[in-house]
Design a protein around this ligand. Structure first.
Ligand SMILES: Cc1ncc(COP(=O)(O)O)c(C=O)c1O
Length: 655
């Protein structure tokens, strides 16, 4: 099987699994090499004094036969030969006459080339046994097809329905035979159907129908040999011809190319797996086991398929409702005695930087609590803005202790602001922000929480955790797409940020004031990301809010930890400090393990994991957030097992 990666970048989605396969006839299920139509075309043109080479007779294969004839007559060499012979270029009337002559010629040899291709009857029986319905389409007329149907049935191949171009008005590459098949088989959506055929016209028929398109290279038109001729080819020549044939079908847009229908089973398994894995998430794409961007649902992605005007009333209303709903997720009331929500273009770091560079006055002092790379990043950005900054550091596998924060604040009375990362995604450790917030509150400082990778999945109550600024982004646990971050800010603290900003575009107060005055962003908003985010919020709500989402992420995490134990993978953190967001594993000690190979092999199988970020040890990370469920984690674990085995890094078993 050849997987055509560029074709698979976007593929039919919206079905849970395949329900039907539509097979072409000549070259796919009967008539190895699609010899009957090619010979008939050669015979027909020869009767008009024009000899066709093999390629000329086959170039338009798959089209309705009249179109096939018209196609040959439109080839420059044939037009010229025709004009020389008959005094003028071929006209429509010539096409009609040629077609009338073609029909008896085709009938005369059809049965000589009607044998069912070896393996087809067995493969189709297998497809039926897995619950698939079998449709068929062709470029032949009904009378011709009826002859083939009879003889194929005698050899054990009986599709559930068959369509010819004349019955639907237009043949390939139009999709109407496919639509009629879907209707007669009672199957929908079209993404639940796979079209299988040996010509570019077949491939386009499938694509135009919105179905999966699978090319058959070996038994079909592109090689164009009878089985005996094909079998007698030298292996090298066979390979060369196969490569060319596969390329032709791939270039026509096939999602997969096989050599014969007998090889269909594994392709259908893979399509089913893709539909299953992305039942909620269509752009396939590989599954992302990362801290973000994350795998998102199909509905979130499709919510972006609109061009919203940034000043449009409906869009402004969307922005307003997003701001309100985010406050609700933080359990915060809006207004002067409560909190405000400010949306900020850019990735999460931009939103953090807008807080750091706006909330801290020129004479302020910032303490950053650091037990990973994201804490260090906050300290770095503060220093770039010339803010007096100190850090309180803990080891990367230790949580920040509220008592240590309290001690530091009582020793350093000039600290005005404290920043902490809730889930330090560097490792997946969860810092106790409630206790830390209480210590900061008692010391009278302002509490800034980077809740980038936790907000939306780990319930946070802003007021009771004494949080003054909380920052997160669209593409983390709310499962939107990248494009903006957001800040939930205590109103009184936000007001004090007025005039503090060190930059124009990241001025948090000005951004808020803009949104408040006319509902608009000061500068171009990420309109598509906001539309997707509105849908993501609906889906968070439908899942039961942060508690419901956390329950799924916990199931994901538990599945991961059980499987990792069987693979002898050692988690970096103690279980009690570990979040359900992302987990760090030490490299296996087996000498055969090599991370780049491990990563690439998993990526080839459709799974993206994440490199480590520890300062001290080589490690990798696996995220369990985004539109993933325990089945996806189980699939990843199985892939990890097989890759580790391939690398000779232990014989591991997933029970
Ligand atoms: C805790 C934390 N803070 C900050 C960031 C930076 O976010 P972004 O990459 O969206 O700028 C991340 C990203 O994963 C994160 O996990």
């Amino acid at each position: 099987m050849t997987r055509i990666d560029h074709a698979l970048l976007s593929y039919p989605a919206g079905a849970e699994r395949l329900k039907a396969v539509v097979l072409d006839w000549a070259g796919t299920t009967v008539d190895f090499g699609s010899v009957a139509p090619a010979r008939t075309m050669q015979h027909l043109f020869s009767s008009r004094g024009i000899e066709l080479c093999e390629q000329e007779s086959r170039r338009h294969m798959g089209l309705p036969k009249k179109e096939h004839i018209r196609g040959i007559l439109s080839l420059p060499r044939i037009r010229e030969a025709w004009a020389q012979k008959y005094g003028s270029a071929p006209a429509d009337a010539d096409v009609d006459q040629m077609y009338a002559a073609f029909i008896p010629l085709q009938f005369a040899c059809l049965m000589d080339y009607s044998a069912v291709i070896p393996g087809v009857a067995e493969a189709v029986a297998g497809l039926k046994a897995r619950g698939l319905k079998i449709g068929s389409t062709t470029g032949y007329t009904r009378e011709m097809l009826d002859m083939l149907l009879d003889s194929a049935a005698r050899e054990g191949y009986v599709p559930d329905c068959s369509l010819t171009p004349g019955e639907v008005g237009e043949g390939r590459p139009h999709p109407f035979m496919m639509f009629e098949c879907a209707k007669r088989l009672g199957v929908y959506p079209m993404a639940a159907i796979a079209k299988v055929g040996d010509t570019p016209a077949d491939i386009r028929e499938g694509l135009n129908a919105g179905s999966w398109s699978i090319g058959v290279a070996g038994t079909g038109n592109a090689i164009g040999l009878t089985q005996a001729e094909y079998d007698s080819l030298l292996q090298t020549e066979k390979e060369e011809r196969l490569v060319r044939a596969r390329r032709e079908l791939a270039e026509a847009g096939a999602h997969y190319v096989i050599d014969s229908v007998a090889q269909l089973g594994p392709v259908l398994d893979e399509i089913d797996a893709r539909l299953h894995a992305t039942g909620n998430s269509n752009a396939l794409d590989r599954l992302l086991f990362t801290p973000g961007p994350l795998t998102t649902s199909a509905s979130v992605k499709s919510a972006m398929q609109h061009d919203a005007g940034s000043r449009d009333r409906e869009f402004i209303q969307t922005v307003r409702s997003i701001r309100t709903r985010l406050l609700a997720i933080g359990g915060a009331s809006a207004g002067e005695s409560g909190y405000e929500c400010v949306l900020m273009q850019g990735s999460g770091t931009f939103a953090i930087e807008s807080v750091i560079s706006s909330a801290i006055p020129r004479d302020g002092n910032l303490l950053v609590l650091v037990n990973g790379a994201y804490g260090r990043r906050i300290a770095q950005m503060a220093r770039i803005h010339g803010i007096a900054t100190e850090t309180l550091e803990a080891a990367e596998n230790e949580t920040i202790s509220p008592a240590a924060v309290a001690n530091r604040l009582s020793a350093s009375q000039d600290i005005t602001h404290v920043a902490v990362v809730h889930c330090e995604t560097t490792t997946g450790i969860l810092n106790p922000i409630e206790g830390i917030g209480a210590a900061i509150h008692r010391a009278g400082a302002v509490c800034i929480v980077d809740a980038m990778s936790s907000f939306g999945a780990i319930p946070i109550h802003l007021e009771s955790a004494h949080i003054d600024f909380l920052i997160s982004s669209a593409n983390k646990c709310i499962e939107g797409v990248p494009g903006f971050g957001f800040v939930l800010a205590r109103h009184s603290c936000l007001m004090k940020a007025k005039g503090n900003a060190r930059t124009l575009s990241l001025d948090l107060h000005a951004q808020w004031a803009g949104l408040e005055s006319d509902g608009q962003f000061r500068f171009t908003p990420p309109t598509h990301a906001l539309l997707a985010f509105r849908q993501a919020l609906d889906e968070l709500e439908a899942e039961g809010g942060p508690c419901g989402r956390m329950a799924r992420y916990q199931r994901n995490h538990q599945t991961l930890m059980r499987g990792a134990a069987r693979l002898d993978l050692e988690a970096y953190l103690r279980p009690e400090d570990q979040s359900c967001i992302i987990t760090t594993f030490r490299y296996p000690s087996d000498p055969g393990f090599e991370f780049t190979r491990f990563y690439e092999a998993l990526s080839d199988r459709g799974f993206i994991i994440y490199p480590g970020k520890l300062t001290t040890e080589p490690c990798f990370r696996i995220g369990t957030i985004g539109r993933l469920n325990p089945d996806d984690i189980a699939s990843l674990l199985e892939a990890m097992r097989s890759v580790l085995e391939e690398m000779g890094a232990g014989m591991h078993q997933i029970a």
